[in-house]
Design a protein around this ligand. Structure first.
Ligand code: ZN
Length: 236
């Protein structure tokens, strides 16, 4: 089991950790700042560095089959990285921050468009959500309202509830394709002050103002009632 440090503080760029195992599956640490691919958000890139300065590039991060151990995928072989070694784990922060901004912007997009979400993905400063909705959507109007919400600079926080509480409030789940993981006993809810509350395990900015200016780049019809909405963020 890897302690997911990014869950309590998405702004951690690096942390000391110890290698638990390193084999063809990847490199597992006792704790990490690397976000593993999931919930539409890709796995982090970065580097692991040994005390003697040797570094290894990490090109993806995923969960192991147990969904508790986080695996760091090295660019090439594991070299001198052995179980028990102390490392500094450091993420590619520039890329991660773009994803945090885009991910939080997608929460706000789901407020602008309060329809069931059937899919989505987070990219580096861009992203998309698929909605089940019949009426045609006005791109300029969606963009205007999205930027209005961003400009509120609302606080983004999180709290935990039990499986039972979630089952009693099924309306909290907006995403039909990605069900929150039930069975671990507790679920993480991401709250955007007065705007949005939904289960999410991803990484977010702490205030919506950090998202910056967002554009709606495309609204695509993906079937009779499915609309794919793509957004892109201005560089900061
Ligand atoms: Zn989220």
């Amino acid at each position: 089991m890897t302690e997911p440090l990014f869950r309590d503080d998405a702004y951690l760029k690096e942390a000391q950790a110890t290698i638990v195992f390193a084999d063809e599956r990847g490199i597992a640490l006792d704790r990490t700042v690397f976000y593993p691919q999931g919930g539409g958000q890709p796995g982090d890139h970065g580097a692991l560095e040994l005390d003697d300065g040797q570094a290894i590039a990490i090109v993806n991060t995923v969960y192991d089959a147990d969904r508790k151990t986080i695996l760091h995928a090295p660019e090439s072989g594991i070299g001198a990285f052995r179980p028990g070694s102390r490392v500094v784990a450091r993420i590619d922060w520039e890329r991660r921050y773009k994803r945090m901004r885009a991910h939080t912007a997608l929460h706000l997009l789901s407020v602008v468009l309060p329809f069931p979400v059937t899919g989505g993905s987070v990219g580096d400063g861009e992203g998309r959500l698929d909605f089940d909705c019949e009426p045609p959507l006005d791109k300029a109007e969606v963009e205007r309202r999205l930027n209005e919400l961003i400009a509120l600079d609302a606080v983004v926080g999180c709290r935990w509830i039990t499986d039972e509480e979630l089952e009693a409030n099924p309306g909290l789940v907006k995403t039909m394709s990605v069900k929150p993981p039930i069975g671990t006993g507790r679920i993480r809810l991401v709250a955007i002050e007065n705007l949005d509350l939904q289960p999410c395990g991803g990484t977010h900015v702490v205030r919506t103002g950090e998202i910056g200016r967002a554009s709606v780049t495309q609204i695509e019809k993906k079937g009779k009632i499915n609309r794919r909405v793509r957004i892109a963020l201005a560089p900061t």
